[in-house]
Ligand binder design. Structure first.
Ligand SMILES: [Zn+2]
Length: 361
């Protein structure tokens, strides 16, 4: 089995096809690696490979392959923080949203996977747990108990981009299958299938994650890159007007992604001001290098230093406008700061330490 659909994951492909070929499959596996690089897709095609009744498994055509594809196979069970009906119907490429709803996987859901009965029609029963780190602590403990007395001929596959959030006792029982960011060539190949524009910029911004690139593209990140540049050039009016109009429609995830890319651009600008070359967005700064950045390096650094704190505070529901202002504040001329102070719910922190206490409070 070659699992051709798993583009750019040679190592994982080799491991998975060896397991499928020899049928020596560990009772618990963990697919781990960055978000959006094909872990869930790998689960689908691997299960197809195991269940396929065609000549060249996974053929994708036989009844078993089709049933797995559409999540209608009695021996393929999937747990996810999202309601199953909300998963994308098209499984040809399946980068899952990174749990945007904030749902968790409940202890009841985990308990339901316990059954004395083995597989109905496939050689094995496979239980996939997507976003496994979103199992509640209670659910993880219930899962651990399940593994101590495993149901017969059942394989559990945890899929996660944050294995450190899964109990060590669970992780140590699981056979790891590691996924990585895609190379430029592999990324371009997938991006073409996904019809993504600006492939080079998206490759650099996402680090080689087609799933992340798809999210960034849906946000219109290629335009947002240009927008932040005007702030760095000392003309924030248009940016602020745009932001104030748009921000009521943003979700937390939208802001997280924008901040990620804007942070990369700030770092590039900082490198330029320090005599180096931009690393992630060289096209944005042009051949001459500077692109008219007028801000002092320490202001750029201040905004960048705030990003991890802002990120953590967003998880705890910091209002998006406050998050934006905490980020922008070191980048704005004084008169802009004064005008905008009135818009915030919390006071504007006046230094890096201030923002730490504000955001952590
Ligand atoms: Zn098949």
């Amino acid at each position: 089995m070659t699992f051709r659909r798993l583009v750019g994951q040679e190592r994982a492909r080799r491991v998975l096809s060896r397991l499928a070929r020899t049928r020596q499959i560990p009772a618990t596996l963990m697919f781990e690696g960055p978000p959006g690089v094909g872990k869930a897709l790998a689960l689908w095609v691997w299960v197809q490979g195991l269940f396929c009744t065609g000549n060249e498994p996974p053929c994708g055509q036989c009844r078993a392959c089709q049933a797995v594809q559409n999540l209608r196979h009695p021996d393929f069970v999937v747990l996810t923080p999202e309601p199953l009906e909300r998963l994308p119907g098209d499984t040809s490429l399946r980068p899952f949203p990174y749990n945007p709803s904030g749902n968790r996987i409940s202890v009841e859901a985990v308990r339901e996977t316990r059954t004395a009965q083995g597989p109905v029609s496939a050689p094995l029963r496979v239980v996939g747990i997507l976003n496994a780190e979103e199992m509640t602590l209670e659910a993880q403990n219930a899962f651990l108990k399940t593994l101590e007395e495993p149901p017969s001929r059942t394989v559990f596959v945890m899929v996660t981009s944050r294995p450190e959030m899964v109990l060590p006792t669970l992780r140590s029982r699981a056979f790891p299958v590691r996924f990585s960011f895609l190379s430029r060539e592999a990324f371009v190949q997938v991006a073409r299938t996904l019809n993504l524009p600006g492939r080079e910029a998206l490759f650099r911004a996402s680090g080689g994650s087609p799933g992340l690139a798809r999210e960034l593209d849906a946000l219109g990140i290629l335009q947002d890159r240009e927008r932040i540049l005007t702030v760095l050039r000392g003309n924030p009016d248009a940016f602020l007007g745009w932001m104030l109009e748009e921000i009521p429609r943003w979700k937390t995830r939208d802001l997280e992604l924008r901040l990620m890319v804007w942070g990369q651009i700030l770092l590039d600008a900082w490198m330029i001001l320090n005599g180096s070359r931009p690393r992630l967005h060289p096209d944005l700064f042009g051949e001459s290098g500077g692109a008219g950045v007028v801000l002092a390096p320490h202001h750029l650094m201040q905004a960048m230093e705030r990003l991890p704190f802002i990120e953590r505070a967003l998880v705890r529901n910091l209002p998006l406008l406050d998050a934006m202002m905490a980020f922008l504040e070191p980048l704005l001329p004084q008169d802009f700061r004064d005008t905008l102070t009135g818009l915030r719910r919390s006071p504007v922190p006046d230094d890096g330490l201030g923002v730490v206490s504000l955001l952590d409070g």
